[in-house]
Structures are given as C-alpha cells and as structure tokens.
Design a binder for this molecule. Structure first.
Ligand SMILES: [Mn+2]
Length: 477
C-alpha cells in the first residue's frame, strides 16, 4: 500500500501563488479597487506549544488560511504576499540549535524554494525588516487577526477586515485541480477504511473496535490525521448526531452508523455508512435505510451548477414526509403540505442535507443562517447556489431521538401528526445517515465516494467476512 499520495501530483507544487492571486481578485472586487498598489496579505502558521508543566507538545493543526496561501505545513512559518509586486515570501522558523539536536536539520531556504510555490524564502528573524519596509512604504497589510504567532509584527498588520475574510472564503469555496486531486485521494483512503470496518465485523463487539479499525486503515495508507473525530455508534446511540463516546457494546444491537473521514495534506473527506451488525437487515432498519437512500438519490438528481441548495435540502424533507405518511408514522389525515409547513419533519431530520467540504470538514463559504426562523433550514450550513468546483456532502438522515422528540410527543399541537404506536417500532434503530462527497462539475457532479451504499452489497460484504470468521484477523485481543 503506497503512502506517498496521488501520482498525478508528483513533482507538482501546491499552487499557493495562484491562491493569493485569487484572494486578491475577490478582495479587489469587493473593495472596488482598480489596482493593488500598497496592498499586502500576511499570515502566520501555527507553532508548536508545550503542555503546561510538561515537555510534550500539544497536537498541532495547521491554520487553514495560512496553508491556503502557502501550502506549508512547517510549524512556526509565516507568509507575505506583496500584491503590488506579485511577490510571495515564505519565512521559515529561525533555527533553534536544541531542536536540531533532538529533531535533525530543518528544511533549508534553498530546499524550501524548490518545494513550495513561493518567490523567496527567508527566516523569521527577517520579519520586522521585511514587513516593516512595506509598512514604511504605506502598505495596508491584511491578516485575519493579531495573535501570539504574529506578535513581532502585529502592530504593522490590519486585522479582522470582513472583506479580507470574504475574499479568502470565496477563493477557498471553489477548488482548483490540485485541491481536487488531494480531496479525491482523501476520499479513496476513506473508502478503503469504510470497507475495512464493514469487513471486520467478526472482531467488532464494541463501538471502540469500529473506531480502531477505521483509524488503523487510515494510518496504514499514510493519513495521520482524521478530518474530525470519528462517530462510531450502534443501536439507539445512532440518534446522537455527533456521538463521540464510541465505547458501547454492540453485541446486543442491530444497527451501526459510522461517520468518519481521513485527511490528506490538510484536505478532508467526510463519509457516513450504516449497516446491520450481523449482515441481516431488520425490516424496520431496511425500510428507513431505503428511505434515506431515496432522499440521497432524489437530491443528487437535482445537483448541478445554478441549483439552489435550499431547494435541494427541502426536497429531501418532502421525500421523508411522503414515506412517513405511507408508513403511518405521520397520520394520514394530514396532507404532505400541512406536515411540511408544521416543520415537524425537522425533528426526524434535524441537520442540513450537506455542507461545503475542503480543508475544514464544515468548510468556509457556505453562508449558513443559524437564526433562520424555519427549523428545517436553521442548521443548513450551505445556503447558496451551487457552482462548478465546489465540493460538498450529500448526507440525508432520519433519526429516532428521544431527546429531539420528547417535547413534541408531550405537546398535543405537535403530537397530533404522529402515530406513537407506529413510531415505537423504530426507536431501536436510532438513526440512519448516508453521506457521500461530491464535486460540482460543469453539468452535474462527480461522486468522490466509491464505497457502496447499496444495502444488498453491504449485507454481502458483512456476511462474507463473517463466514471467514474471527481467525482471519489474527487479532491478539
Ligand atoms: Mn458531513
């Protein structure tokens, strides 16, 4: 198994210069600037920090805006884009002789110039001089915020300009070919991890085992970080959207839900699969699974540039309402329209249909409105028209959460839509979510996620591995 990354990117540089140019063009447009004279961008990356009273460092996650403008993962680096002269300068951390003793020689400026898409490489010791010279020449030097990493020059920097954030986020929203290759690769790793989880059911008797299986296979493929903490749940625990305990026994349950995605070079994948623990779907589990699959298929049919994500999300609600009426969970004396208007469906499908995906799992540029009075739209993290080059998730879900339904079932005005006896048959499933990662193309989309979501194929994978038994895994615990 190669841990090197996509072959298509071999010998190619992360297009940092192009990213700065894109941010500049959005910034000029927003500010109605004709030229970039006396304009610069500055960003500091994250640096290593020790835990208090301890000589171990805290885990580090590179600042995404810094990475976008530099493509550099080295802690303690900085980047400066002189827009007037179209010049990108990387500042490496000063050499610390203790560090060299423990950790070896860092990258030299000559090596960094070859590796990264920058015009010039200096050391952090030059920050005051170089940034100071631009300030002296009356430049406005934008950064996201003044912080401990840029404190040597923060008095020279303009922070928190909403137009700078707008420009950064609009640029990050549309992925270029290089970013798309990184995301395809992250998705390919994630596919194999999900397949491994489904295939390892003979040795999974606790949610922790599912978590372990996913992480093991991600690391083996060279992905050292997860895009987010894996959500590994079984039975009624599946009704908790961001369940992170991952430590319950699964032996006495029927359903499993795993929402996990490997990261590659700071780029995320985000995939959810559900399956029956022994490969046999119960009638209720399969009914809800097929409903969620139908919500995903019908919404995928609408995905293309120009389509509005609000509409697509609300279509998923309608698909759910129709099926709940057919199943009798919603009482048939109410029309689809009445139920839609009541927003009661949001108690069973409380989250958005999907979100933009990029360096962050819930990436920038989605323009959510968490104060929307409509509960169906309040948690939708993407409220825009789709554009070519966006990457997003399509992740419908249906949940039976005692927490989300308690006040509904106790309030006659809301409970009137629900047949509690029919509902009672579904509690044990917890919930079902199916999530794929999609790239918006010129006339539709490309699905990065290749791991099957077909319920019969999933059942086959689990049963075949179960037939091979526990011995196949040589597990020592
Ligand atoms: Mn997601």
């Amino acid at each position: 198994m190669s841990t090197e990354g996509p072959a298509s990117l071999k010998g190619k540089k992360y297009p940092a210069k192009e990213h700065n140019t894109r941010v500049l063009s959005h910034f000029k447009e927003k500010k109605s600037l004709k030229s970039a004279e006396t304009l610069a961008f500055f960003m500091s990356g994250e640096d290593l920090e020790l835990w208090q009273y301890c000589d171990q460092t805290k885990p580090i996650r590179q600042n995404r805006y810094f990475y976008y403008l530099s493509g550099v993962e080295i802690p303690g680096s900085h980047v400066l884009f002189d827009a007037a002269n179209d010049k990108l300068t990387l500042f490496l951390p000063d050499i610390d002789y203790d560090d060299v003793m423990w950790s070896g020689m860092p990258l030299s400026p000559e090596e960094a110039l070859k590796k990264y898409d920058v015009d010039e490489v200096k050391y952090a010791a030059d920050l005051e001089k170089v940034v100071g010279a631009l300030a002296e020449a009356k430049y406005t030097i934008h950064t996201t915020d003044h912080n401990k990493w840029n404190k040597r020059v923060s008095h020279l920097l303009t922070e928190q300009d909403p137009d700078f954030f707008h420009a950064l986020d609009e640029a990050r929203l549309i992925k270029d070919w290089y970013e798309i290759e990184l995301m395809r690769h992250a998705s390919a790793i994630t596919d194999k991890c999900h397949l491994a989880v489904m295939s390892a059911t003979p040795i999974e008797s606790n949610e922790t085992h599912i978590h372990a299986e996913f992480m093991y296979h991600a690391l083996r493929q060279g992905s050292k970080y997860q895009s987010y903490d894996p959500i590994c749940c079984s039975g009624p625990n599946c009704s908790t959207l961001h369940y992170v305990k991952n430590d319950d026994e699964i032996d006495n349950k029927r359903s499993v839900l795993i929402d996990a995605g490997a990261e590659w070079s700071c780029y995320a994948s985000d995939v959810t699969r559900c399956f029956p623990i022994n490969g046999d779907w119960t009638e209720e589990h399969l009914t809800i699974y097929n409903l969620v699959l139908d919500m995903q298929r019908k919404t995928m049919d609408m995905i293309k540039p120009g389509a509005h994500w609000d509409e697509i999300h609300l279509t998923a609600h309608r698909v759910m309402i129709k099926e709940f009426l057919r199943l009798g969970i919603f009482k048939k004396e109410y029309s689809e329209e009445e139920i839609f208007e009541s927003s009661i469906s949001a108690r069973f499908f409380p989250h958005g249909l999907g979100h933009v995906l990029g360096m962050d799992t819930h990436d920038v540029g989605g323009r959510p409105d968490y104060n929307d009075p409509d509960p169906k739209l309040r948690y939708l993290r993407l409220r825009r028209e789709l554009k070519e080059g966006m990457v997003l998730t399509d992740e419908p879900g249906v949940y039976f959460s005692p927490f989300l339904l308690k006040d509904v079932l106790e309030d006659p005005k809301k409970a009137k839509y629900i047949n509690k006896d029919v509902l009672a048959k579904y509690w044990y499933i917890g919930g079902v979510r199916i999530e794929d990662d999609l790239l918006i193309t010129k006339d539709g989309f490309e699905n990065f996620t290749k791991i099957t979501s077909d319920p019969h194929e999933i059942s086959k994978i689990i049963k075949e591995s179960s037939a091979q038994g526990k011995e196949r895994f040589h597990n020592v615990v």
